[in-house]
Ligand binder design. Sequence first.
Ligand code: GLY
Ligand code: MN
Ligand code: MN
Length: 369
Amino acid sequence: MKERVRRIFEGLEGSADALVLVNSADPHLDHSFFYLFDAPSGLFEGSAAVAFPDGRLHVLSSLLEEESARQAAREDPSVSVDTMSAPDDRRGWLARLLPPGGRIALNYRELTHEDYRAVEAAVPGGSFVDASAAVRRARMVKDSREIERLRRAAAVGSRVAEEIPSLLHRGMTETELASEIEYRMMRAGASGRSFATIVGFGRNGAEPHYAPQEVPLEPGVSLVCDFGAYYRRYASDITRSFHFGPTDPELKRVHECVEAAQQAGFDAVRAGVPGKEVHLAAQRVVDASPWKGRFIHGVGHSIGLSVHDGYGMSARTEEPLVTGMAITVEPGIYLPGHGGVRIEDDVLVTDGGLEHLTTARRSYLEVPA
Ligand code: GLY
Ligand code: MN
Ligand code: MN
């Protein structure tokens, strides 16, 4: 992980003597800890990592993940691991590694205030700088190891998306379908879901971040399924919309419009293009349709160790796409009280365009009731 450490230090504004990453308790984990420390499994609650500009990484592991920590250290000679037997050990460990009065970089974005105070106490006279922007930029461009895991996470998402039509039956509930989706992702090799699965039947599909409930599936409604897998800590994020017969003629046309908007978004993806160009390409298609104004969110975001990995594309995003970024393209049209359609895929940004990571069928499909 030397290269990753080096990239973060290079991206800092000004210099720093060390970078410190601290995990609190789940869900307040710092995903960047795992960007530098590639332990195969585990939460590492209360653990810390100290990186130096020469690329060395010291990790203080909780005892609960000691085997995983030792395995990661065996595979990477720039990493050394200590274990703590009590939470109080961390302060002394940090004090031994960090120079008194040193300039310490911290990931403000994912550090709890309590842990900030704890690091401060371990470095008398120290000064602290925000490394969030440098960490975000380093994580945004994926290396080959990360891309391989993203491919695997995406393959799981695609496979389960292809299975959904065969699972639908009258009376099944949103929570039942969500549980099937999550079960099938793990059966296909995922270590878990990358975010809380969204399944919305009928009018519930009109709310982009809806949470599934015990609502039964009735003929004549459309449904939105948005889910993703974690594979070796890397996320996929895919949405498919289906239509449980008989067809609703308006939602069929909505589906075709969203598919065209997504294609326009894909066509705009290329290294060097400001993110807003991807959003506006999709938005123009919706704005030219009868559903102008019903595409109510940004067209996509980066994925990686988090499902929302630090970059988002809206009408105001000037920051350009870079080769090696993994992003979603996910336009939707939402008709309150009626239904919605969203289609979401994961792609890798390349010099000349993109490579598709998720590949499941996305065109209109009426599933017989
Ligand atoms: N699942 C939320 C999203 O697609 O961004
Ligand atoms: Mn999604
Ligand atoms: Mn998404």
